[in-house]
Design a protein around this ligand. Structure first.
Ligand code: SF4
Length: 460
């Protein structure tokens, strides 16, 4: 009864969002900045924005997330935040000594119209940026876009500020991973290394937001891509961008600035998407796929064929980030499940077409929606009209799952009430096995719970 006012009658809306299936742009910019080594994210706005972004990331990753703020009060709101940012840059380098300050804007500083390019140039001109240190920026007004577009903008900023064009190309391959978990970034690098391929990945939040407990607090954990590594990406032989919404801007910028050929693909979640990732790596680097990866694939295939009977035909509703949803839809379709509702709050051109391609015509009744009015209220209304066997989405889905009595898997951002997402990958063949295990777990739990005594089985 938590969402007791939700009805099944859908009224088309143009100006109202209820329970958005997204969060705000600067969170993504902050997450991307944390994937750069020795970088302190900086929120150019009021303290409340920065606290919200930090606390959401901290709750999702269960790690302390450091970030600074321009701390706007009434004065900055009226006269602009230049003085605050100049002071902040000077103080941050003096007290916290990062290699890079990564500034993102907020609704307030964007509405005022602060010109970050000019303010950063002034800071450099006034000697507030020490030799060998950097201030970079991206614009993240949160009344448009979502956390995914914020992530995309900061990733592009890494290219704009640091990637160094080189006439001579090396054998290195760039990986732009899109918004995935630290565990996913670790797994993508691991697959490339197993194939003997030298890669540079950015952003890379592994060993930052899943750093091991050593008993010592590290203000800047050991992970993250270094500035020199990002610089070297301008001389790589090719770039693979994963997740069309999260990575295309950076890949295109790298091609335009450094003439590194880029190839975009969907996130390698599930069997087919991982096959495409491995094959692209293999082709670009001219290497063979080692047996260890072929065996991983075989284990996923074995699990799918063994467990297909339990998932076949199950109706699924999904909400969350567009890149995750497209690949999940493809994987669920391979399992002969039916993704009937797919909703993202991130405004994404071509989302419906991408999901339809992933469905391959198998679920003609599927309802797909992206943008401001593609919210969890709408999804709940669809669920009330015709329910599903499984709901997949972030923590906020627990209210719908409870009210409608639907098995629920937490996937995406944010996950505030469970652990595991930052430690166990969902990309690659291993990630596919974990997803399938999660799906089977909730479906079998529900079967056991609802089974009459005479059909309550010890084995599957
Ligand atoms: S939506 Fe705008 S005002 Fe609200 S926390 Fe995000 S940046 Fe700040």
């Amino acid at each position: 009864m938590l969402l007791r006012h939700t009805t099944d009658e859908v009224v088309e809306r143009t100006a109202l969002t209820v329970n958005p299936a997204k969060t705000c742009q600067p969170i993504g910019a902050m997450y991307a900045a944390l994937g750069l080594h020795n970088c302190l994210p900086h929120s150019h706005g009021s303290q409340g924005c920065c606290s919200y972004h930090r606390s959401t990331l901290t709750r999702h990753y269960k790690e302390p997330v450091m970030a600074a703020t321009s701390s706007f009060t009434e004065g900055a709101s009226v006269f602009g935040g230049q003085a605050n940012l100049l002071q902040a840059i000077q103080t941050i380098f003096a007290v916290y000594n990062p290699d890079v300050i990564a500034v993102h804007t907020t609704c307030l500083s964007e509405t005022i119209g602060d010109d970050l390019v000019q303010i950063i140039a002034k800071a450099v001109g006034e000697g507030k940026v020490p030799e060998g240190k950097h201030v970079i920026h991206c614009n993240t007004p949160s009344y448009v876009g979502s956390h995914v577009t914020g992530f995309s903008s900061m990733t592009k900023a890494l290219v704009t500020y640091f990637a160094d064009p080189k006439a001579e190309k090396t054998k290195q391959v760039n990986l732009i991973p899109g918004w995935v978990e630290p565990s996913d970034m670790r797994e993508l690098k691991c697959l490339a290394h197993k194939m003997g391929i030298e890669v540079v990945m950015y952003p890379d939040t592994s060993d930052v937001l899943d750093a091991p407990q050593t008993g010592k607090h590290e203000f800047y954990p050991k992970g993250g891509t270094t500035v020199d590594q990002v610089r070297s990406s301008g001389g790589s032989v090719a770039t693979i961008g994963m997740g069309i919404t999260g990575s295309t801007a950076a890949v295109d910028a790298l091609t335009a600035k450094c003439a590194v050929p880029g190839q975009m693909m969907e996130l390698p979640i599930g069997l087919q998407a991982t096959d495409r990732f491995i094959d692209t790596l293999r082709t670009i680097a001219g290497v063979k796929v080692p047996d260890s990866i072929t065996d991983e694939r075989g284990r996923l295939l074995d699990m799918i064929s063994d467990m297909h009977q339990y998932v076949h035909g199950k109706r699924v509703a999904l909400f969350g980030d567009p890149d995750q949803l497209v690949s999940l839809t493809e994987f669920l379709t391979l399992l002969d499940m039916k993704p009937v509702y797919v909703v993202t709050g991130t405004p994404t051109p071509q989302f419906e077409n991408r999901v339809k391609t992933a469905l391959g015509g198998t679920v003609p009744e599927a309802k797909i929606r992206a943008g401001a009015q593609a919210d969890m209220y709408l999804l709940h209304q669809w669920l009330k009209q015709e329910s599903v066997d499984l709901l997949i989405g972030n923590t906020y889905g627990k209210y719908m799952a409870r009210d409608e009595n639907i098995p629920f898997i937490r996937h995406g951002f944010p996950i505030l009430d469970r652990v595991g997402h930052s430690y166990f990958p969902s990309v690659g063949y291993k990630g596919g096995m974990r997803l399938l295990e999660q799906i089977l777990g909730v479906l079998m739990d529900r079967q056991d719970r609802d089974a009459p005594e005479e059909r309550f089985e010890l084995t599957m």
